[in-house]
Structures are given as structure tokens and as C-alpha cells.
Design a protein around this ligand. Structure first.
Ligand code: FE
Length: 237
């Protein structure tokens, strides 16, 4: 954001705050003493969000209770634990896996999960010969219904550009070295079609129950930048 835009937002919020203070004081000038801590001006994205929220509430386009519900959903309800449960079921039940690959939305509904998004979700399966990697080269489209909010690196210009130019190099930087005879398929997400990787089930997990299998499945593995391993749980960045 340019300095000018930041200054505009800061000024707008400061003016809004001053107006509110004036209202509280019955319209009289606020008697200002410098004996309290001044709040540090928030970051650019925070300022932008606050400005947008204030405008939308003021214009009656949304209400605060709805906004709180949306924030609560992203903070507490959706997340990679949902994708992990879906993956674990697919590992444990071959017929479920077939249904998942064919119609992900219906397969999610079987487990009681909604795919609350415009467009479709496509599940792509890793095999010993094929490794799938998901990116959104345009912006940051991501299957948040099953993975929650995307990590910062997913939205970075470097990941978005380099994943399609040099996927093996990007995967190497994530610590995933693929053999030359493994085909890498890169899937470019859009608002209309997003992707979830079904990772390979790690060896040595034959006796594990579905709930335990789910604890092994990481967000990174479901984006395709990591494998699932039997001994490591939830390693993310
Ligand atoms: Fe996008």
C-alpha cells in the first residue's frame, strides 16, 4: 500500500475516532491530557479491514453478529483437521476413496462436512508414480472448507510463480525430494475449482485406526508440499 493510501486510511480512522469521542463528550471538545499511552497505529491490512468493516456496517450491508460468526468459523470450526479426517477415511475405506475422487462434495457430506464454497473441490491422489502439488497462480484460491485459512507462503508471489516453473525445486526447498521417475502434476486453483491432495498412506500404519491415521495427516501434505510419515505429526510451517 502506498504511503498516501495508508495516510488516508489512518486519517479516516482517526477522524472517525475523534467523532465518536466528541459524541461521547456530548459534542464538547475533548480535554486531552498526555498522561495515557497512545495506541500504536495498526498494520496496513488491519487498517484496511477496519475501514471496510466500518463502512459495511454503517451502510447496513452486514451486521457485527454475522461478522463475528464468520470469524468464529474460520478460527474454530474449519481447518486441516477436516481434510485429515477425510484422508484417513479414504485410506481406511477403498470404496470411500473412489467416491471421494469421483465427487468430493458428496463424499464430504457423508462425513457430515459441507463444502461451503463457490465452485467445486477436486481431490487428486498421490501414488508411487505421481505426486500432486496445488497452487493458485493468480491469487490464493484454497479449499478452506477442508483446510482452513491458507498459510502465508501459499499466498506468496514466489510460491505462486515458482511452483509452476520449477515444482521439483520448490518441493526440494520444503524438504521433499522426488525421484526422477515420479511425475509431478501441478494444479492451478481457481475460484471455480480448488484441489485437495490425497497423500499416500505411509508404510507401517497398517494396524492404525482411522482416528490415529488422521493425526498423521498434515496441511502441507494435503497441499502437496510434504509427504505423510508415520512418525511425524502435524509438522507445519
Ligand atoms: Fe486465487
Amino acid at each position: 500500500m502506498s504511503t498516501t493510501r495508508r495516510d488516508l486510511l489512518t486519517a479516516a480512522l482517526t477522524a472517525a475516532g475523534a467523532a465518536a469521542a466528541s459524541d461521547l463528550a456530548g459534542g464538547e471538545e475533548h480535554d486531552h491530557h498526555d498522561n495515557h499511552d497512545h495506541q500504536v497505529v495498526p498494520s496496513d491490512p488491519t487498517l484496511r479491514v477496519k475501514a471496510l468493516e466500518s463502512l459495511m456496517v454503517a451502510k447496513g450491508l452486514v451486521d457485527r453478529a454475522t461478522l463475528d460468526a464468520v470469524i468464529d468459523m474460520f478460527e474454530h470450526k474449519v481447518g486441516p483437521h477436516i481434510g485429515a479426517r477425510v484422508v484417513a477415511r479414504a485410506w481406511a475405506d477403498g470404496t470411500y476413496k473412489e467416491r471421494l475422487l469421483k465427487d468430493a462434495r458428496a463424499a464430504l457430506a457423508e462425513l457430515g462436512y459441507g463444502y461451503v464454497s463457490e465452485g467445486e473441490l477436486v481431490v487428486v491422489e498421490n501414488t508411487p508414480k505421481v505426486h500432486n502439488l496445488v497452487v493458485c497462480t493468480l491469487c490464493s484460491c484454497y479449499p478452506w472448507s477442508v483446510l482452513g485459512l491458507p498459510p502465508l507462503w501459499y499466498k506468496s508471489a514466489a510460491y505462486r510463480a515458482r511452483s509452476v516453473i520449477d515444482p521439483r525445486g520448490v518441493l526440494r526447498e520444503f524438504g521433499l525430494e522426488l525421484s526422477e521417475d515420479t511425475e509431478v502434476r501441478v494444479w492451478d486453483s481457481t475460484a471455480y475449482q480448488r484441489y485437495l491432495v490425497l497423500p499416500q498412506r505411509p508404510t507401517g500404519t497398517g494396524s492404525m485406526k482411522e482416528e490415529e491415521l488422521a493425526t498423521l495427516v498434515t496441511r502441507d501434505a494435503m497441499v502437496g508440499v510434504a509427504r505423510v510419515t508415520a512418525g511425524r505429526r502435524g509438522s507445519e510451517r
